[in-house]
Structure formats: structure tokens, C-alpha cells
Design a protein around this ligand. Structure first.
Ligand SMILES: NC(=O)c1ccc[n+]([C@@H]2O[C@H](COP(=O)([O-])OP(=O)(O)OC[C@H]3O[C@@H](n4cnc5c(N)ncnc54)[C@H](OP(=O)(O)O)[C@@H]3O)[C@@H](O)[C@H]2O)c1
Length: 256
């Protein structure tokens, strides 16, 4: 299998982990479609990465997500890898007077509804393109990667909506994987469970962080190895500690 080429769509490629993933796949000769919500930031990316394709859409709006996917699927002959990376993390503390239910709706739309709509559009397109037969579950081909968090398993006190959206994305990804196996479709679903990573999302937090490039390289390696669940850095402890002492893990991550 040639893993050095293909077309990859990365959402939230203008910042943090998404931007590092873009650099990795671009350097390997992939045709990269970089998604962002700012034309200015996407324009800057094009200056840095020759040949880059870009798409601009605010994932908070379902109609924008659908329009983006329709455009991509019309213009690109074939997508090989889709990385649902874009997300936001608000302070979801419901006892705060400034808690906003509409901000919570927006966070759920970006973190959960958008990846679901993207999965649906891509799977429909791949199915129509005749991706049937023996399931091929290694490497990058016909793979969707949903970027989650250790907080999907053990929520922290702040950011309740963020934690809930990642837990729901995890549940959704598992069911979707079962559905694809049941339908004998050669499409793989990977999930990424990250520790705290040094990106704009975690700016100002005094806590141990791994560099965004390290996170992106680990994600890339997990995809290449065909892993369904990619645990990065300290998140690798989650399955082990969960078995040994779930209450310890709960109390560690609760403080966030
Ligand atoms: N950083 C961590 O510690 C950590 C830990 C666990 C999981 N994760 C996950 O890793 C992924 C990447 O996070 P990151 O830390 O790299 O975050 P980041 O630097 O804040 O990047 C988030 C990306 O999502 C885009 N985005 C935000 N709202 C959007 C919207 N409404 N429509 C379209 N795009 C939007 C941002 O665009 P702009 O550039 O325009 O803002 C940016 O490209 C996320 O799924 C996050 O939940 C991160």
C-alpha cells in the first residue's frame, strides 16, 4: 500500500494540532484540504504550503457543514482520510451567572454535530463510489479520525459541555464502527485520546502540556498503524488505570 500519497481533509487546520497535522501530511506529498473558519488564516496557510487546497466554513452552523462537504465531494475525485479535529472548549460551569445555554449549543454543534454530519457525508460518498468488499482496516485509506480527549472518559469540573461533547463523540464513533462492520463496508473509524497539549485551546493554563507537534506525530503514527483507538502521551495510562483504579483516574482528571 502506498501511504505516501492520497487526499486528506483536516478540519481546524489553522491552529494547534490541526496545523501540525497539515504540516506532516503536506511534507509527505499528500493532497491536503485544510479547513478553517477564517479566510485570512487560510490565505496565510496557502503562502506556507504550496498546492494546499482550503475550505472555509463555520462548523457551528449545520448548513455550512453540509455546504462545505457538498463542495468538497463535488470537486475532489476521492478523499482517503478525513480528520475531524476542529473543536472549541468553553467554560461550561452551569452555576456561573454568565453561563450561556446558546454558547453550549454552539459548542455541541462544533464538537459533535459537525463531525457527525461530516462522517455521514463522507460515508455516503464512499459507499456510492463502490467501496464494498473485503474490509481493509489498516493504513490511511477510507479512514475517518475523530479527535477526542481523555476527558471523554473522565470529565473535569470546568468545561462540562466540552467533556460531554467528547464523551458523546466517543460513543458515536464506537457505534459507527459497529455499523460499518455490520454493513461490511471497508471504512475505518479511529478515535484520538489526547492529554493536555500546548495549543491556543490551553493557553494560560499552568499545567504540564506536550507540544502540538508531538501530539500530531503520534496521531499520524497511530493512523499509519491502523489503530482504532489512538492514545497519546499520558492518555495511554487511561485504559490501564481505568482497570486498576477508576476512582484514582476520576479524581486526577476532575481537577483538570
Ligand atoms: N489542546 C489540548 O490540550 C487538547 C486535549 C484534548 C483534545 N484536544 C482536541 O484536539 C483538537 C484540536 O485542538 P487544539 O488544541 O489544536 O485547538 P486550537 O488550537 O484551538 O484549534 C482549534 C481549531 O478549530 C477551529 N475552529 C474553532 N471553532 C470553529 C468553528 N466554529 N468553525 C470552524 N472551525 C473552528 C479553529 O479555528 P481558528 O484558528 O479560526 O480558531 C482551529 O483551527 C480538538 O478536537 C480538541 O478538542 C485538545
Amino acid at each position: 500500500m502506498n501511504t505516501q500519497s492520497g487526499t486528506v481533509l483536516i478540519t481546524g487546520a489553522t491552529s494547534g494540532i490541526g496545523r501540525e497535522l497539515l504540516g506532516i501530511y503536506h511534507a509527505q506529498g499528500f493532497n491536503v484540504i485544510a479547513h478553517g473558519r477564517s479566510e485570512v488564516k487560510l490565505h496565510d496557510l496557502k503562502d506556507h504550503y504550496p498546492g494546499l487546497q482550503t475550505v472555509c466554513a463555520d462548523l457551528a452552523h449545520p448548513a455550512s457543514v453540509d455546504a462545505m462537504m457538498a463542495d468538497i465531494l463535488r470537486d475532489v475525485p476521492r478523499l482517503d482520510l478525513v480528520i475531524n479535529n476542529a473543536a472549541v472548549q468553553e467554560r461550561g460551569v452551569l452555576t456561573d451567572v454568565e453561563f450561556s445555554a446558546s454558547l453550549a449549543d454552539r459548542e455541541i454543534a462544533i464538537n459533535l454535530q459537525a463531525p457527525i454530519r461530516i462522517c455521514h457525508a463522507v460515508i455516503k460518498a464512499w459507499t456510492e463510489q463502490g467501496h464494498t468488499g473485503t474490509p481493509q482496516r489498516t493504513g490511511v485509506w477510507s479512514r475517518i479520525v475523530n479527535v477526542s480527549s481523555g476527558l471523554a472518559f473522565f470529565p473535569k469540573t470546568g468545561s462540562a459541555i466540552y467533556c460531554a461533547s467528547k464523551a458523546a463523540l466517543h460513543s458515536f464513533s464506537q457505534s459507527l464502527r459497529y455499523q460499518l462492520v455490520a454493513a461490511d463496508l471497508p471504512i475505518a473509524i479511529s478515535e484520538v485520546f489526547l492529554p493536555v497539549v500546548d495549543t491556543p485551546m490551553t493557553a494560560g493554563r499552568e499545567i504540564a502540556k506536550i507540544p502540538a507537534q508531538q501530539a500530531a506525530l503520534a496521531i499520524h503514527d497511530g493512523i499509519l498503524a491502523g489503530q482504532n483507538e489512538i492514545y497519546v502521551g499520558k492518555a495511554r495510562l487511561i485504559p490501564v488505570v481505568t482497570r486498576l483504579s477508576p476512582s484514582l483516574m476520576k479524581s486526577i482528571l476532575r481537577k483538570g
